[in-house]
Write a protein that binds this ligand. Structure first.
Ligand code: GLS
Length: 834
């Protein structure tokens, strides 16, 4: 019979229910309660950290209510859901975002003030959740925000690393030093719900024995437990609060009791250590993987736990597996979760006893793959021996997929053995390797790149053979986007307020319909509006200067033009080009007369970004920036006109201070190398103008805001291959090709910025081969910066450009991007929580 629910007296239950606290008195009451009970502290000695924790717990309570209701609603309605599998979620801080999305920021500000604290100080207490490297991880975070805001039933799945991206320190010599980021060490994380009851067993190693009918028995080896931690993702101005489920690894048994009883304590905890290691640390590499066993273990652990969870949820609906693609869409964020394809095959064939052909149909109608880079060094390949050892059953399945696949290719292109070798899932060599991008491609319903140019490059280079085989319709584009909640309203509250005031609407309107910004266009002609616009930019510069003053003790000239390049350090992103340009500027200033210098507009150049710990050349670039800054900033002749800062330990929160303060920002990758870029969008949304190459999303930004509002330079993508070929086979010395650059390189080599010998390997990358074409682009780069100076002379026109840029950025909302995924790929619909 049916159990009575709720147990006991229903009225008593209902009286106990609370709802979201929306009034100041109930908010302060809740905060004080948390101080008293959750924190076990008292009012009289409460510090900012304690006040933040209590306020965060109070917001957490509200989020839980909405989250609970949302999850119940989704379960009841059983709509098709999408799952975003990403090894990285670069969430940053949550408190401010939760308040905005709940629409409670002002009430909390008032309450916190009443309790004797300052909102801004409390916001600063929160540690970033930095479970990502750069653009790819931050994109995942923006997509979660947009999914919830658009009321789409989307869950994220990732790993709960104990240590996020390392903290970066800069030594006095300018060297990057890395320190662990124990982001959870401060005690309980209020933004997650430990679900110690949601666990799955994940197997590694062992043996796979083939059985009749294509099935196999995989047994033995090591079993590890995956434990769920749910991070609440509130939508903006909606009750819908989605879930990001992060897995933590645990030993299946606390320790080996037999060994323990035999007195062998070391052996007793050994397996527990190796299980815990799986989710201990985020790999700090962007664009590279090194074939490390632990990384492969992470990938399988995470995809296996996520799929087990997805399959369990599907089974609860009570439909046959043939309906799986009608209820489930799985998005692979790059190739990192590609094992989801053989893992789903394994579940369907070995556990659900579905025949191969049907299973393959289900998989290829469920999975979607986004490629995030065409750089060859970033394409994942796993050694076959490692795969066979760690995942013997999956290796069998991959071989089987490959067999059927190559048979089909042979049928379409008979006798084309080169083609078979190029397309095979297995790359011949010592050792043989599994090509994960090929597996992701053939196992997916659709494949997309992240900007128009990038998607075109995916189709014409790395997956060309696959387009020819499968036809073009499977391959498409979704240009990346950014959430305007964090990247305008939160990071630039004054600009947000000015926009609402000018458009005469509440921000809830345009924050969820960013094309509305177009209505700002006529105000570019309004001198009063321009004045307010410029004053806000000025105050944002002062806020950044204040930050630099308090964190580094350095005074920044806020009357200068602010020129910013912030992103991961990588040769292809060409921070080197920027710093060499800065040195060129410095040398030019040194040669000017005092009268000439009077006409020069002052400039402050900011850099920030982390280098992968093993990336020697990228670290040398940091060293050159820091040492060039030291010399240039100390020169009394020029320092009013040019200063350079390298801000250590770049993070989401630091970006939130830097971006609104920029006059220009630099996105200067060698054409064809930056898949999209997303910080370019953030700067432009905040009215900073773009200096960039014709690459990635820069191109679409220029289309949207007008080419006269961006500063383009450099060779175009089709020229790059030819130029590289020439550099290789017909090298011309830098002295001949680009004398101004040669002069700069000589100054560096001769020790102007400390021991020149240190920089030799960095300078040689330019003098020899110059793979990233710094020599080729240097002069047009300097030319573009001169155009910037020229344009900045006309202040009013500059502000107009700034306004027009912001006004035309509607397309780059991640709401637009996520709706494209929802409609064209996943086929899911909004499910509003009433
Ligand atoms: C990246 C690309 O390099 C970026 O251009 C892109 O904006 C980002 C999100 O699509 O993905 N690919 C990658 O491996 N790391 C990235 O940041």
């Amino acid at each position: 019979g049916k159990e009575k629910w709720p147990r006991g007296d229903e009225k008593t239950w209902k009286e106990g229910f609370r709802s979201v606290n929306t009034e100041v008195p109930s908010i302060t009451k809740s905060i004080v309660n948390h101080v008293q009970t959750s924190l076990a502290r008292q009012a009289y000695n409460l510090d900012d950290l304690g006040a933040y924790q209590a306020a965060a717990l109070s917001v957490r309570d509200d989020l839980i209510l909405n989250w609970n209701e949302t999850q119940m609603h989704y379960t009841r309605k059983a709509p098709k859901r999408a799952y975003y599998l990403s090894l990285e979620f670069l969430m940053g801080r949550t408190f401010d975002n939760a308040l905005l999305n709940l629409g409670l920021k002002e009430q909390y500000r008032e309450g916190i003030t009443k309790l004797g604290f300052n909102m801004e100080d409390l916001l600063e207490q929160e540690r970033d959740a930095a479970l990502g490297n750069g653009g790819l991880g931050r994109l995942a975070a923006c997509y979660l925000d947009s999914s919830a805001s658009q009321e789409l039933p989307v869950w994220g799945y990732g790993l709960r690393y104990q240590y996020g991206i390392f903290q970066q320190l800069i030594s006095p010599e300018g060297q990057q030093l890395e320190q662990p980021d124990p982001w959870l060490a401060g005690g309980e994380n209020p933004w997650e719900l430990p679900r110690l009851d949601v666990t799955y067993e994940v197997r590694f190693y062992g043996t796979a024995e083939r059985l009749p009918e294509g099935r196999a028995l995989w047994q033995g080896g090591q079993e590890v437990l995956a434990v769920a931690y749910d991070v609440m993702v509130p939508g903006c101005y909606t009750k819908n609060t989605n879930n990001l489920r992060l897995w933590e690894s645990k030993p299946k048994r606390g320790f080996d009791l037999n060994s323990f009883n035999a007195g062998d304590y070391e052996h007793a905890v050994e397996s527990s250590n190796s299980a815990a290691a799986i989710t201990s640390v985020l790999y700090p590499n962007d664009h590279t993987t090194f074939g490390k066993e632990l990384r492969l273990k992470q990938q399988y652990f995470w995809t296996a736990a996520s799929l087990a969870d997805i399959v369990r949820r599907f089974k609860n609906i009570g439909k046959p597996f043939s309906a799986f693609p009608d209820y489930v869409a799985i998005q692979l964020n790059d190739t990192h979760p590609t094992l989801a394809i053989p893992e789903l095959m394994r579940i369907l064939i070995d556990e659900e006893e579905i025949p191969w052909g049907k299973a393959w149909d289900i998989v290829t109608n469920t999975v979607f793959y986004t490629n995030h880079t065409v750089l060859p060094e970033a394409l994942e390949k796993w050694p076959v021996p490692l795969m066979e050892h760690l995942l013997p059953r999956h290796m069998q399945i991959i071989y089987d997929i490959n067999l059927f696949f190559l048979q089909a290719v042979e049928k379409k292109f008979p006798g084309d053995r080169d083609r078979l070798a190029r397309m095979s899932l297995i790359e011949e060599g010592f050792p043989k390797q599994v090509r994960m991008a090929h597996l992701a491609c053939i196992g997916s319903r659709k494949v997309n790149g992240v900007a128009e140019l990038h998607s075109e490059l995916v189709r014409t280079t790395i997956l060309k053979d696959f387009v020819e085989f499968e036809g073009p319709s499977k391959f498409s584009n979704v240009t990346n986007g950014i959430t305007p909640r964090r990247w305008l309203d939160q990071c630039n509250p004054e600009l947000s307020a000015l926009i609402s005031k000018t458009l005469k609407v509440d921000k809830s309107v345009w924050l969820k319909d960013l094309d509305k910004l177009k209505e700002l266009l006529p105000y570019a002609e309004d001198a009063g509006f321009r004045k307010e616009w410029a004053a806000i930019k000025q105050r944002n510069k002062e806020r950044l200067a204040h930050h630099v003053q308090t964190t580094l003790g350095l005074t920044v000239n806020t009357h200068a033009m602010f020129d910013v390049q912030i992103k991961r350090l990588h040769e292809y992103k060409r921070q080197t080009l920027n710093i060499l340009g800065v040195i060129h500027r410095y040398l030019t200033l040194k040669q000017m007369t005092a009268a000439e210098r009077k006409k020069v507009n002052p400039r402050v150049v900011f850099f920030a970004g982390k280098a992968a710990p093993g990336y020697y050349i990228a670290k040398l670039t940091i060293r050159l920036i820091v040492n060039a800054a030291r010399i240039i900033n100390a020169d009394p002749e020029t320092r009013d006109l040019l200063t350079v800062y390298f801000l250590p330990d770049y993070s989401v929160s630091l970006a939130e201070v830097l971006i609104p303060a920029s006059d220009i920002s630099q996105h200067i990758s060698t054409a064809g190398t930056e898949a999209s870029g997303t910080s370019n969008m953030k700067f432009c949304l905040n009215g900073g103008l773009l200096v960039g190459t014709v690459d990635g999303a820069n191109i679409e930004i220029a289309e949207a805001v007008g080419e006269n509002n961006v500063f383009f330079f450099g060779h175009l993508t089709p020229a790059v291959e030819d130029l590289r070929y020439q550099h290789m086979y017909h090298p011309v010395p830098v002295e001949e090709k680009c004398p101004p650059l040669a002069k700069v390189l000589d100054c560096v080599a001769s020790g102007m910025f400390g021991d020149g010998g240190v920089y030799e390997p960095l300078l040689n990358t330019i003098r020899q081969h110059d793979y990233y074409l710094i020599t080729e682009d240097f002069e047009s780069y300097i030319g573009a910066l001169a155009m910037v100076d020229q344009a900045y002379l006309d202040k009013e026109e500059w502000i107009k450009k700034s306004i027009r840029t912001t006004a035309n950025m509607g397309k780059f909302s991640s709401d637009r991007a996520i709706l494209e995924y929802a409609e064209s790929f996943w086929n899911i619909e909004p499910v509003k929580v009433a």
